[in-house]
Design a protein around this ligand. Structure first.
Ligand code: PLP
Length: 315
């Protein structure tokens, strides 16, 4: 008797097979697990359509190249795999992750060049980095003394799992009664947080977002493009923590939630203490752009493309 598999909690593609998310596993000896040796990306599906999939695929390719990883699949094949994960799950709004891990070198070897890289992917229900109340009232953001891993050690433009700085910073922020955290660099500039980029509308009314030492978020890019289209004054540059504390508005950006207001920094109200008008407008336009055909691709319109067996098996 065959039992139908339940993909309702999500679906994954691992070693060439589609499996329910709860059954998806990689070998314990994969350096993706043992060394955080992997590159990944996350694209979202909203109302049945991918948002800016091309931008995510481009960034994924660049992340893999920076870490000398090869997913072994062309963008059209990756697109087909992601769409199939979403279709199997039946989700209309989803968080869709693609990963290349190092794999493992032959036993006895520690030469990463000999490892066979592995591609996997999964779709799960859409993830918000802030709950409904936080999205409405705004987050309390703690500026941490934990320093973000320097770009000269791990390139933050390559989306990666070197999250210990972010996780330790987040634990400290939660202990301090905050909702989330932003890390700083060696010069005390605010950079980014666990899964998001940072913006403020400074005391002069200029929209500022850190330029270096951060992942070039696709939501950040969307906000930059909206700001440019509206002619808002905008600067991409280092953001001193003091300037952040004196800002009129602060918000964070992520594929997991869009534009999320910050209404307290270290417990101190930002401006009036309520989400600001520029934050709200940018957030509204961000969601409006999800219906713009320039940026959306219906999951159902994605053709099935064969994934060669050799790649699927990681041979
Ligand atoms: N910064 C870091 C460290 C992240 O992990 C993420 C997303 O996960 C972001 C920024 C935001 O990027 P995006 O807008 O592409 O989701």
């Amino acid at each position: 008797m065959t039992t139908l598999r339940d993909y309702s909690q999500g679906a994954a593609f691992v070693r060439g097979q589609y499996v329910p998310i709860g059954e998806a596993a990689i070998p314990i000896t994969d350096w993706g697990f043992l060394r955080s040796d992997a590159a990944y990306d996350v694209v979202t599906v909203w109302d049945g359509s991918f948002f800016r999939l091309d931008a995510h695929l481009d960034r994924f390719a660049r992340s893999c190249a920076r870490f000398r990883l090869d997913p072994g699949l062309a963008p059209a094949q990756i697109t087909s795999v992601l769409a199939q994960c979403v279709r199997l799950s039946g989700l209309q709004s989803a968080y869709v992750e693609m990963v290349t891990t190092r794999g493992q070198p032959p036993w006895g070897s520690r030469d990463p060049r000999l490892a066979v890289n592995q591609f996997c992917a999964f779709a799960v229900p859409y993830v918000w980095i802030a709950n409904a109340e936080q999205r409405e009232k705004g987050l309390n953001l703690i500026v941490s003394r934990v320093q973000r891993i320097p770009a000269t050690s791990v390139d933050p433009r390559a989306k990666n799992y070197h999250w210990n700085d972010l996780t330790m910073g987040l634990l400290g922020a939660l202990d301090a009664g905050g909702d989330t955290v932003v890390l700083t660099d060696s010069a005390g500039h605010a950079v980014e947080g666990p899964g998001f980029n940072l913006f403020c509308v400074n005391a002069q009314g200029v929209l500022v977002t850190p330029q270096d030492g951060v992942l070039e978020g696709i939501t950040r890019r969307t906000v930059i493009e909206i700001a440019q289209a509206r002619g808002l004054p905008l600067q991409l540059r280092a953001l001193p923590a003091g300037e952040l504390r004196g800002a009129r508005e602060v918000f964070v950006t992520s594929s997991a939630g869009g534009v999320l207001p910050v209404t307290r920094v270290d417990g101190v109200p930002v401006g009036s203490g309520a989400p600001g008008p520029i934050t709200r407008q940018l957030g509204q336009t961000y969601w409006d752009w999800h219906r713009d055909p320039r940026y959306s691709l219906a999951v159902d319109s994605v053709p099935a493309v064969d994934v060669p067996d050799a790649v699927a098996a990681g041979a």
